[in-house]
Write a new protein. Structure first.
Length: 306
């Protein structure tokens, strides 16, 4: 488990060490591509991200020219084949080209920040999941692919001209396939679909979830709702965090939105780092995490930014 102060590099580590020794959770406001390089290598156990899909050309303004291209050095990056696959996919689909230009440097940062036993959960929808899978195989290495999780829900209007699309895909990659942390015993179990076919003891205990997760969306009228439009259910994050981190570990979400990751991580005794560039997301997180000890590195907190 990393020391709280060692999570941060450079200037950030000085502030944390000198002024916020008690603080273990941090929320940053800003472009994640500028903030991620200030965090220390191999310092987080779990990265969960749920990036926006429609990043579009506008986002390219944020892309630096220093995108590191995969090459030798680290085991995950398979130089030439990654270049070739990326070139082919991006030529094939302009929208995906824009999307991947935005996401790629951030995923390289995620890889750098993960500890040797760490895991990435990349939450996508059906439009981009398959391209992203091929590219992530090349970035992390095919051996590092752990799961394709399907989160299935049933809510809202249904198309009559095709099968209604009612699922998201979460791709799971580990930094080191020989050393990753995964604890299925810590995961909340679920009811058997056919309880009559198993013993009463098994019914009582429930079954281990598979890679297909039926879970309702955040109810528009329920207690969990924060008002942030893309909020994901705490139940989904709970499983992820229970399985792929231990108490005290650091969980990172750099597309944090309403702060679901931090709220669940904190409830489960993990530390968190979250980043979002939208002031509305920061406001929602402030309200949601009011009872949690957080170092707010945000524009609405000039004192702490000094
Ligand atoms: C789909 S939402 C995440 C929702 C979140 N999982 C939740 O449960 O609330 C994506 C978030 O990424 C943020 N975002 C988009 N581009 C960003 C960037 N370059 N840096 C930081 N945050 C960014 C958006 O402001 C938005 O809040």
């Amino acid at each position: 488990m990393p020391d709280p102060e060692s999570v941060f590099d450079g200037a950030v580590s000085i502030v944390v060490a000198e002024e916020h020794q008690h603080t273990t959770n941090v929320v940053f406001e800003g472009d994640n591509l500028e903030i991620l390089p200030t965090l220390a290598e191999a310092s987080v156990t779990l990265v969960y991200i749920d990036p926006p899909f429609n990043t579009g050309r506008e986002q390219q303004r944020h892309v630096t020219s220093s995108v590191r291209v995969a090459e030798g050095g680290s085991t995950g990056f398979k130089g030439k084949s990654y270049e070739r696959v990326r070139g082919e996919l991006r030529r094939y689909d302009d929208t995906f080209d824009d999307y991947w230009t935005f996401l790629e440097p951030r995923l390289l940062e995620a890889w750098r920040l993960l500890a040797d036993d760490g895991t990435l959960y990349l939450h996508l929808d059906y439009r981009e999941a398959h391209y992203a899978k091929v590219l992530l195989d090349a970035i992390f290495g095919r051996d590092s692919f752990l799961n394709e999780l399907i989160w299935a829900y049933d809510y809202g209007a249904k198309s009559k001209s095709k099968w209604p699309t009612k699922h998201d895909t979460i791709l799971v990659y580990v930094k080191n396939p020989k050393a990753y942390y995964f604890n299925s015993d810590a995961v909340d179990r679920e009811p058997y679909m056919a309880p009559g076919l198993v013993t009463p003891e098994k019914v009582e205990r429930g079954k281990l979830p598979t890679d297909v997760w039926w879970h309702t969306i955040v109810s528009p009228t329920g207690k969990e709702k924060t008002g942030y439009p893309t909020q994901k259910p705490a139940g989904i994050l709970r499983r992820i965090i229970q399985a792929s981190s231990r108490e005290g570990d650091v969980v990172l979400d750099f597309f944090a939105g309403s702060g679901t990751t931090g709220a669940v991580a904190s409830a489960l005794g993990r530390r968190f780092i979250m980043i979002d560039q939208n002031p509305e997301a920061i406001a929602v997180m402030r309200a949601r995490l009011a009872a949690v000890d957080v170092d707010w590195r945000t524009s609405d907190n000039p004192k702490e930014n000094e």
